[in-house]
Design a protein around this ligand. Structure first.
Ligand code: NAD
Length: 467
């Protein structure tokens, strides 16, 4: 790729030397080189964002809406270009990359319509108590590599609508699409309101500890989330942490087996399993286990895998080498532990980080592939025979992000779902998310909320006026 990708700071696209290589995970070839933004660049950007905040905070909701909708329109106009770029750097099939870009458009538009609530009451003494929501200041929006643009927009849209200024930081593995969004946003906002910085491993910690940043909105692993919280503590920043998950799917005996197996196959392996809310432990009732396992494994064996730019591909590569090595090691450990595979298990030689969808046949509950979040194309099928037992096993996890229940009896499924200790529960579906409904992790899956009005409010402070 011959074009350059420049960080956006204070309304300017910075011409900095490209020192960090961004690889195509399907070929391991260098796609582009991007800057490693230094402390000085960050300091100047924070200063510009603070200065811009002084006027942006006073804009009306209508003014913010107009600009956020303009960004949505700009992304839509460039959807094909952005999708191709996303596929090249992230690996996923083109149609799914396009869905992510259009998802960003949907999210920006939905947040643009939201209103910050004002509540008012008068007490017995005749005093009026008015509570309104005010912005916080400069927001650091830190995104992972699995849905780089989407998870940046989940933060950018509410932060802006609440009156904050923002510095977006993509993962060093997938910075290009987000930097391109910065270029496209440059003339739509006053200088300093939207900034996009890229960098290596030092940039994130510099942002989470920076005294000029008021809030960190972070999506990533639980281990990094803990570091973010510790780093934000000395300056008492607001934090939202959307972290890892190990979602259970509970399949009751009265389901349509082939249909459920097909849906859950995508629920587990979409984006090659690199989805925080993928089905990562699939509990199948004894009565249908064999039939379900057969249909599920058949779907895994039939799924076309290849570069996301190739026609007809369903599964792309794992996004980066460290993750590829991690998943390969987990497959080897699963084999060494004596567990058997219903599909996959053999990883072809590169180039490209390709791992065929791997299905593990009923390993014990303490197997690593059950306890850990693999975040790659490997999933265990687990037998159960009793509802109380399966609820206990599903909840026996440090994570509490999402879960799903599959049954012909929706009322029964909802009753089971209500017992799951997770932020989201799907019935006969999985991975559905909507900008109008809050999304949050419980336990070690996070703190705070994204999406919905609750997600918008996370970018505000409360001010109560009495008089
Ligand atoms: P990661 O935690 O390694 O990195 C996430 C981001 O944080 C990247 O931009 C990275 O550069 C940055 N970062 C790394 N160390 C940092 C530090 N010390 N301080 C500040 N920033 C730092 O996560 P990843 O490997 O990119 O993403 C995979 C993880 O994200 C999985 O665990 C997955 O479940 C989780 N995830 C969660 C959600 C959710 O909404 N709950 C969504 C997607 C992914």
């Amino acid at each position: 790729m011959t074009r350059t990708f420049r960080p956006l700071s204070n309304g300017q696209l910075l011409d900095l030397a490209g020192t960090l290589s961004v690889l195509d995970p399907a070929t391991e070839e260098v796609l582009a080189r991007v800057a490693d933004c230094t402390q000085q660049v960050l300091d100047a950007t924070v200063q510009a964002a603070q200065a811009a905040f002084e006027s942006w905070r006073h804009t009306t909701q209508a003014e913010r809406r107009e600009r956020v909708e303009a960004l949505a329109a700009r992304l839509k106009e460039h959807a094909d270009e952005l999708a191709l770029l996303l596929t090249r750097e992230q690996g996923r099939p083109l149609a799914m990359a396009k869905a992510e870009v259009l998802g960003c458009v949907q999210w920006l538009r939905a947040f643009a319509q939201m209103e910050l609530p004002v509540t008012e009451r008068t007490d017995k003494a005749g005093m009026t108590w008015t509570t309104r929501r005010v912005p916080l200041g400069v927001v650091a929006a830190i995104a992972p590599w699995n849905f780089p643009l989407m998870l940046a927009c989940w933060k950018l849209a509410p932060a802006l609508m609440a009156g904050n200024t923002v510095i977006v930081k993509p993962s060093p593995f997938t910075p290009l699409t987000t930097l391109r969004m910065g270029e496209l946003a440059a003339d739509l906002f006053p200088a300093g309101v939207v900034n996009v910085l890229c960098g290596g491993d030092a940039l994130g910690p510099r942002m989470t500890s920076h005294p000029g940043i008021a809030k960190v909105a972070f999506t990533g692993s639980t281990a990094t989330g803990r570091r973010v919280m510790a780093s934000a503590a000395p300056t008492l920043k607001h934090v939202t942490l959307e972290l890892g998950g190990n979602d259970a799917a509970i399949v009751m005996p009265d389901v349509d087996v082939p249909k459920t197996a097909r849906k859950l196959f995508m629920g587990a392996f979409l984006n090659s399993g690199q989805v925080c809310v993928a089905a990562k432990r699939i509990y199948v009732h004894d009565a249908i286990y064999e039939a379900f396992a057969q249909a599920f494994a058949a779907a895994a064996k039939a799924a076309p895998m290849g570069a996301g730019t190739q026609e007809g591909v369903m599964l792309g590569p794992v996004q980066n080498r460290p993750q590829y090595e991690r998943v390969k090691e987990l497959i080897a450990a699963t084999r060494d532990a004596g567990h058997s595979f219903l599909a996959g298990g053999d990883v072809p030689e590169g180039p490209g980080y390709f791992i065929p969808p791997t299905v593990v046949d009923n390993p014990p509950d303490d197997a690593r592939v059950v306890v850990e979040e693999p975040f790659g194309p490997i999933v265990p099928l687990l037998r159960f025979s009793d509802v109380d037992e399966v609820v206990r096993r599903a909840n026996d996890s440090e994570f509490g992000l999402g879960g799903s229940v599959w049954s012909g009896d929706v009322a029964q499924a909802k009753a089971i779902g209500a017992r799951l200790e997770t932020g989201t529960v799907w019935i006969n579906s999985v991975q559905l998310l909507d900008p109008l409904s809050p999304f949050a992790g419980r336990k070690q899956s996070g703190i705070g909320v994204e999406n919905g009005i609750e997600g918008l409010l996370e970018f505000t402070a409360v001010q109560t006026m009495v008089g």
